[in-house]
Design a binder for this molecule. Structure first.
Ligand SMILES: C[S@@+](CC[C@H](N)C(=O)[O-])C[C@H]1O[C@@H](n2cnc3c(N)ncnc32)[C@H](O)[C@@H]1O
Length: 296
């Protein structure tokens, strides 16, 4: 099991180019970011007791790849991947790659200032205002968002659906590590939800899936269908921000909101958090729009 000191030392020694930004976010975020970092690092590293360096390595690989792709995107004006089927084969169904990718994304929740800001918004503005009983988490990936909800709300139960077997497995393992028995995860395409999912959930979470899909409107419609009339949803979407499996390019926040509206959802609250573009040629800052949604 590793902690923040171990992680920071590993980054300092093996990936010195990433050290400064990590130090900055830890200095700016105070005790809250340190507590989150320790919670993530201790629990996820406990899943891989023989590989103490795995989280640091996964984080470094993710940051390096995302930076390389973001630079290419800003220079060419389009995302590298455009075919969902290729992302499915190369990323979601590639167990080793997907597990490391999701371990890296879990670390970004404390290590990237914008992800930490979004995580605080999720806890402070969403989790504190809901009274969940039956929760649907779409695309849990690493599982942290839904499991944090369950920690805040002792009577909630969660169903997580993800297309990636590795994500389903990782989410199940981390739930067990957290001692959480109110979560279950199943392999399921969010674009093919049956009637069994309709009008069932008082709370829906869907973090960073919109930009992964060829038809994000269909996802918004499925979210709206899954919600009971007074339900609340927390949905995020990446805008002008590259990753190996981003295929749908949102350029403005309004484009994202328009899809929610078209699907019958209204925005109750929102936060957009990003970082500086890498070049002067970028269409916009790489950022993530988080929204709290209700049915119209
Ligand atoms: C970037 S991760 C999101 C992780 C986490 N929700 C977060 O916000 O950090 C994207 C997840 O979407 C999943 N995914 C991609 N296409 C999907 C689909 N059609 N249905 C369900 N899950 C999908 C991937 O397997 C991956 O776990």
């Amino acid at each position: 099991m590793i902690d923040l000191d171990f992680f920071q030392n590993q980054i300092r020694k093996s990936y010195p180019a990433l050290d400064r930004s990590l130090e900055e976010v830890l200095a700016d975020g105070g005790q809250r970011v340190r507590t989150l970092a320790d919670r993530i690092l201790r629990n996820y590293s406990a899943l891989f007791p023989n590989e103490p360096e795995r989280l640091g390595r996964a984080y470094a690989i993710l940051v390096t790849e995302v930076n390389r792709l973001q630079l290419k995107y800003e220079m060419t004006g389009h995302y590298t991947e455009s075919e969902y089927s290729r992302a499915l084969t190369n990323v979601y169904r590639n167990d080793q790659r997907m597990t490391d990718y999701m371990l890296g994304v879990a670390c970004t929740q404390f290590a990237w200032p914008n992800h930490f800001e979004l995580f605080r918004f999720f806890e402070d503005r969403f989790l504190k205002c809901i009274r969940p009983a039956n929760v649907l988490e779409i695309a849990p990936g690493h599982g942290l968002l839904g499991l944090t909800l369950l920690e805040h709300h002792a009577s909630a139960r969660l169903t997580g659906i993800d297309i990636s077997p590795a994500s389903v497995r990782l989410s199940g393992m981390i739930a067990e590590q957290f001692g959480q028995q109110r979560a279950r995860y199943i392999e399921q395409n969010a674009l093919e939800l049956s009637h069994d999912f309709h009008d069932l959930f008082d709370t829906v979470i869907c973090g960073e899936l919109m930009e992964h899909l060829p038809a994000p409107l269909l996802l918004c419609q499925n979210i709206a269908k899954a919600m009971t009339p007074n339900a609340e949803a927390y949905v995020t979407a990446a805008i002008t921000a590259e990753a190996p499996d981003h295929i749908y390019e949102f350029i403005t926040e309004d484009e994202v909101i328009a899809l929610y509206e078209e699907a019958g959802l209204k925005v109750v609250e929102r936060l957009c958090a990003g970082t500086k573009p890498l070049t002067g040629r970028a269409k916009g800052a790489p950022r993530v729009l988080a929204t709290i949604l209700r049915r119209k």
